[in-house]
Design a protein around this ligand. Sequence first.
Ligand SMILES: NC(=O)c1ccc[n+]([C@@H]2O[C@H](COP(=O)([O-])OP(=O)(O)OC[C@H]3O[C@@H](n4cnc5c(N)ncnc54)[C@H](OP(=O)(O)O)[C@@H]3O)[C@@H](O)[C@H]2O)c1
Length: 338
Amino acid sequence: MKKLRWGVMGTGKIAGTFAKAVPLSETGILISVGSRTQEAADIFGNEHSMTRRHPSYQSLVDDPEVDAIYISLPNHLHAEWTMKCAEAGKHILCEKPFTLNYPEAVRTIASVRKHGVFLMEAFMYRCHPQTAKLQELVTSRVIGEVRVIQAHFSYNMGPKHENIRLSNPAGGGGIMDVGCYTTSMARLIAGAEPFELKGVGYIGPISRVDEQATAALIFPSGLVANLTCGTQVGVDSELRIWGSEGNIRVPNPWFPGEGENKILVNRAGKDPDVVTVHGSRGLYSLEADTVAQYLEHKEAPSPCMTWDDTLGNMAALDAWRRSIGLVFDAEKINEVKF
Ligand SMILES: NC(=O)c1ccc[n+]([C@@H]2O[C@H](COP(=O)([O-])OP(=O)(O)OC[C@H]3O[C@@H](n4cnc5c(N)ncnc54)[C@H](OP(=O)(O)O)[C@@H]3O)[C@@H](O)[C@H]2O)c1
């Protein structure tokens, strides 16, 4: 089988993680990198044994040897470079959150649709069999009707104001960085969009983004969800789901790994059950393989991120930011109503 030839856009932290994962995938080969500087592209190329090293993102987009591009840039650059990749006929795996806001996501997906390329938002946990198993347990009503979800993802990175996560112009903040995971999980388990979302959050005076935030959501079935995220405080990131006939606990919802992963199921009147899910490869290798597997279909099926799923998630993130009064500089400049 012909391998999918990957190019990596950006040379930051997660770009390095993905570059290590591609050679461990079943379908991909890493061949090219693009950076803002030749120096960074060369360092990255040396580290990951790649000879094609571009001193600009456009030069990577124009690389005729590349089939698919992994966009690992700060959030405010995702829309622009997804559209440029699409125009050049490259398949795209774009980091989360997909864009700065819902209107930008709509425009970007319209461009992807027009150019007929593959696109997936890189929520890697969605490509792991643990997430598929969890979805199956919930939809088969193992715990009856789901009524409450609690999802947290929060860590303490300290006051590193040079980091994109503490930058308003880069579209940073806890909601965009990790709240997007909790939102996507609640929507997946609910199998619907929330009809109301109310949030509160602390916006730092220097970062001008949310540093800790929480949201309450209600879905059409009556299911309520409580989400917490942040960049300045560590919170247990366990996922809890309660239903009419039991509950489910997922100790490691965001980074399920290779080997054994456990989902704990408690059903009323029955012994606790441990459902073990094997990850055949690392999380990011599975993600790369997902792109290759569904290339012809242009999007991967749920629980991987479909285009509609991405749009629904961006709308929910907009609602969360709106309720805490967080507006990005780019939205003020462009007067985007989000
Ligand atoms: N799925 C996951 O597990 C996961 C984990 C972490 C992050 N992410 C996502 O991946 C993206 C990148 O995160 P990261 O942690 O890798 O960030 P990072 O380490 O700061 O790297 C970002 C890269 O983007 C490029 N860049 C372009 N303009 C920039 C600017 N104005 N400021 C800083 N960097 C700029 C740089 O590459 P060049 O210098 O080579 O141009 C830089 O190395 C974000 O969207 C984030 O949400 C996903």
